[in-house]
Design a binder for this molecule. Sequence first.
Ligand code: SAH
Ligand code: SF4
Ligand code: F3S
Length: 475
Amino acid sequence: MDITNLILNNDVSAGSIKNFNKLSNSKKVYVETYGCQMNFSDTEIVLSVLSSKGYNETTDINDSDVILLNTCSIRENAENRIYSRLGDLIKYKKKNPELVIGILGCMAERLRNDLLTKKKIVDIIVGPDEYRKVPELIENSIEKGEKGIAVKLSRTETYDDITPLRREGITAWLSIMRGCDKFCSFCVVPYTRGRERSRNIGNIVEESKRLFDEGVRDIWLLGQNVNSYRYQEHDFADLLRSVAIAVPDMRVRYTTSHPYDLSEKLLETMAEHDNICNYIHLPIQSGSDRILKLMNRLYSVKEYMRVMLKAREMMPGIGLSTDIISCFPGETEVEHRMTLDVLKEIEYDSAYTFVYSPRENTKAFDMPDKLDDETKKRRLDEIITLQREISYKINSQLTGKVMKVLVETVSRKSEDEYMARTDCNKSVIIPRTFNAVDNSGRLTEAKVINTGELMNVRITGANSATLFGCPVSAQ
Ligand code: SAH
Ligand code: SF4
Ligand code: F3S
C-alpha cells in the first residue's frame, strides 16, 4: 500500500524513543521520513546504525547537527515535496554552516546526479541498501568536508542482524524482505530498491517474540510484495503461520500483496489463525484488462475477482482495500468506467487512488498519453467520490454492532480519545475513560483504558474513514 502516511505518521510519532543514546556523542540527528512503511521501517534501521556510533536523535530540527530526509520517488509530487523541503532547509544551513544534510531512500538512487549538482546544500546521499555507511559518510562530511555518496543496490543486504530502533508503542513494523522483481511498467521501485531478497525466517520469528516481550501487540510484516517471500523452502504463508504460532497474543498483519501470487494457502493460513488479522490490501490498479496488460500486472480482472471472492467466502467480514492508478497512458472513458464498476462490485472498505505519474526510465514513460489535466482531475474525483460513498455505506451499516478492537494510540484529534482498530483494519475512536456499570446496574467510577488492551466496543457512529465507539460495559 502506498504510504498511507496517515496511519504511519501517527504510529511513528507516538511514544518516546527507546534505547537511544547508549554511547555519548554530542551529534544530534533529525530525521524526516516520507513514503511507504518500508521507508519508515528503514528509518528505524538508520537510527539503530547511528545509535551504535553514539549519535542521538532529536525531534527539534533547530537543535540538530545532521538533518536526514528519507525520501520517496513513487510519484512526481512525492519528489517535488522533497525538493521544496530542501529549499526550506537552506535557512538552517545558513545559520549553521557545519550542519550536515543528507538524502536517504528512493530518491537517492534515482536522482543522485541531479541532487549533487543542483542542490548544493546536500552533503550526503545514501541509497536504501547502503545504510550501514551513514555514520562514516557523516563523519567524512564533518571532518573533511567531503560530499558522500553511496547508492549501490545489493542482491543480499537485508539488515537481518540490525535491530531497528523503534518508538515505544503497540504497533511495530517488521520488514521481511526488500526490493521488488515485478517491474510493473509504471513503477520506480524495482529501480530504486533493487532485486527481491528475503530475511531469515528464524530471525523474523525471534524478532516477533522479542517485540511481544517489549509490549508490542500488533505487527505488520512488510515487503513491496510479501507474496514473493521465500527463505529456503519457506514461502510467505509458512512465515505468517510461524509468526502467528510464536506470538499467539500478537495481532499479525502484512502489506503489500500482489494479486498475481496471492495463494490459496495464504488465505487458508489467515483463516486458520485468529491472531492473523482478517484484512487484505490488494492493489488492483485498473478495472480494464487491456490497461492491466500495459501495466504488466500479470493478472486479469476476473482472476483478481476470484481471489477476492474466495477471501470473502473463507473470512466473512474481512476488510479489503486497494490501490488504483487512474489515467494510465491511453486509458479510455470506457476503461475508466470499468474501474468504477470494479469498485462497485467489490465494495472495498477503502481505496488509495492516484493519477498516473510518468516516471523516467520506466516502461510506461514512453507510452503516449493524450489525457488532459481536466480529464485527469474529473476521473480521479469520480473514483474518490464513489469510493467515499461505498466506504460510508459499509461503515454506517456497522453502527450498533459490537466489534473487538485493539487500543493503539491517543487520537490525533483529541487527547481525551484513543484510536483503536478492528481486526478488519477499521479505526475506531473511543473515549479514554468510561463509566462501567456494576452488577446491579449502577454506574461505577470512571475506568481508565490503556493502550494495548483488546476490548469490545459498540459502534455508535461512522463516517467514510472512521468509526466511533464506546466500550460495551459502559452502556
Ligand atoms: N508494491 C505495491 C505498491 C507499492 S507503490 C504493490 O504492487 O501493490 C504503492 C502504490 O502507488 C501502487 O499500488 C500504485 O497504485 C501507486 N503508484 C506506483 N507508481 C505510480 C505512478 N507512477 N503513478 C501513480 N501511482 C503510482
Ligand atoms: Fe512497484 Fe509493481 Fe513492485 Fe508494487 S509490485 S513495488 S507496483 S513494481
Ligand atoms: Fe516506498 Fe516511495 Fe520508495 S513508496 S519503496 S519510499 S519510492
